[in-house]
Design a protein around this ligand. Structure first.
Ligand code: HEM
Length: 462
């Protein structure tokens, strides 16, 4: 006998469409998890999803001998812009295997070490901008973090300078990308009839896709016109060969992956820095310790590559921030192809052989059986390496799982440690509105919304 999987009652045809507030899925799922427990089912417009909210169920879902990546309805729409790029490829798609094997070395330790100077170049642009800002002027930090991360991935991976810190407005790529991701999400919740009757959003959607592709094409064309021997991602995409088959990526696959890297390579890390700044300002003792660590390890001189592995408290802060606010909030899996019988989860729940299981990280990473009664609190100490390595396998999964986990994780980590170290070395930070409490802006990823900070140069820094 299996345990029935609960589901909110919903409405005919619409199913559970109204149970999740698209502006605040965090809150909606938190309430549903409180009501229904570690697993529940949601049906919308004829498609069923099972939301997993506990570590023990996530640990099973992360077993790659039983489950593979599932491409959610939302990601299927994202394929309209980036096709079978790494992030959106279906399990087993040939172009994923080819691109994965060809591009993994670019993100290996050597590749990331080589990128340090360019990351530093962009991070110091943020520092220079903040140093010139009036200490009473509120800064929308999430925008500056987006400038930082977009410019870093573009420069390090493709030798392209967006120069976002030299413009008041964000680069048009950011607007097009935001519109594209928003509309991809909206389309996954629309019926075919709605899409047909209201063509306006589709036209804008197509324009946004065209703009992203033209930016990517410009970068590709420039590299073909003026080749370099830089060991960067773009050269790996254009000229690299699959070490297994000797094949090269097709032009279409290069384009899909270029846009994938520009999107996946900056949104999430920008959100990570935004949430980290928020948590530090709400937890002055953690902020003090972090600044002390930077002062002791780096002092007043330049932040160098060798410092990156010597800042354990900063790393613990970033891990704890990603635990409470995983900027990619969920990933989906589905039983392995060829599964024909219902699958038993947690020894008690039966799901269909083609079920989409959503690992909902904000709940999984707050599982009280793992993190205790203070799971809601920001406590970097629990993420110091000696504690972090003892955590159960699925209790911290902000970078996804296994073969389909994040290829850019080492890049994001180096970028975030460097940025945080530089910021803490140079500035004292204050909440612009001391009463601010966290609001979340959700697209494919999440960021703090309406979050403003004031910065002042630390005494002795000029
Ligand atoms: C995949 C999170 C930074 C590129 C993923 C996945 C997660 C994730 C959860 C798995 C998605 C799924 O299974 O559906 C994050 C977070 C980041 C980050 C939290 C920063 C804090 C980056 C960066 C890059 C990147 C900097 C590029 C330089 C990718 C790509 C994939 C991916 C290409 C698809 C991998 C595949 O399926 O082969 N990321 N990511 N990410 N990420 Fe990241």
């Amino acid at each position: 006998m299996s345990t029935p999987i609960p589901q909110p009652p919903g409405y005919p045809l619409l199913g559970n469409l109204t149970d999740i507030d698209p502006k605040s899925p965090f809150q909606s799922i938190k309430q549903l998890a409180q009501k229904y427990g570690e697993i529940f089912k949601l049906s919308t417009l004829g498609s069923d999803r099972y939301i997993l909210c506990s570590e023990r169920l996530a640990a099973e879902a992360c077993n790659e001998t039983r489950f593979v990546k599932g491409v959610s309805e939302n990601l299927k729409q994202v394929r309209n812009g980036v096709g079978d790029g790494l992030f959106t490829a279906f399990h087993g798609e040939h172009n994923w295997e080819l691109a994965h094997r060809t591009l993994v070395p670019a993100f290996g330790p050597l590749g990331i070490t080589d990128m340090y100077d360019e990351m530093y170049d962009i991070a110091t642009q943020l520092v220079s901008k903040w140093a010139r800002t009036d200490p009473d002027e509120p800064i929308q930090v999430t925008e500056d973090y987006t400038r930082l991360t977009l410019d870093s991935i573009a420069l390090c991976a493709m030798d392209k300078r967006f120069n976002s810190f030299y413009h008041e407005e964000m680069h048009p790529f950011v607007d097009a990308m935001t519109g594209f991701l928003r509309e991809s999400g909206a389309r996954s919740r629309k019926t075919r009839l709605e899409l047909l009757l209201n063509q306006g959003p589709t036209r804008q959607y197509e324009k946004d896709i065209a703009l992203m592709r033209s930016v990517a094409q410009e970068v590709i064309d420039k590299r073909r016109r003026t080749p370099t021997d830089k060991h960067d991602l773009l050269n790996a995409m254009l000229f690299g060969k699959d070490p297994k088959t000797g094949e090269r990526l097709s032009d279409e696959s290069v384009m899909n992956n270029m846009i994938t890297f520009l999107i996946a390579g900056h949104e999430t890390t920008s959100g990570l820095l935004g949430f980290t700044t928020y948590y530090l300002l709400k937890n002055p003792e953690a902020l003090r310790k972090a600044q002390e660590e930077v002062d002791n390890v780096v002092g007043r001189g330049p932040v160098r590559f060798e410092h990156m592995s010597k800042l354990p408290y900063i790393e613990a802060i970033l891990r704890e921030s990603l635990r409470l606010s995983p900027t990619a909030s969920a990933f989906s899996v589905t039983p392995k192809p060829g599964t024909t019988e219902p699958v038993l989860l947690g020894g008690e729940y039966l799901v269909p052989p083609n079920a989409i299981l959503i690992c909902w990280l904000p709940e999984i990473q707050r599982d009280r059986t793992v993190y205790g009664d203070d799971a809601e609190d920001f406590k970097p100490e629990r993420m110091l390496s000696e504690n972090f390595t003892k955590l159960p396998s699925a209790s911290w999964k902000p970078f996804g799982n296994g073969a389909r986990g994040c290829i850019g994780r080492p890049f994001a980590w180096q970028e975030a440690v460097l940025a945080l170290a530089l910021i803490l070395q140079n500035f004292n930070l204050h909440m612009a509105d001391p009463g601010y409490s966290l609001q979340i802006k959700q697209n494919l990823t999440i960021k703090p919304d309406n979050f403003y900070v004031k910065v002042s140069l630390r005494p002795g820094i000029d």
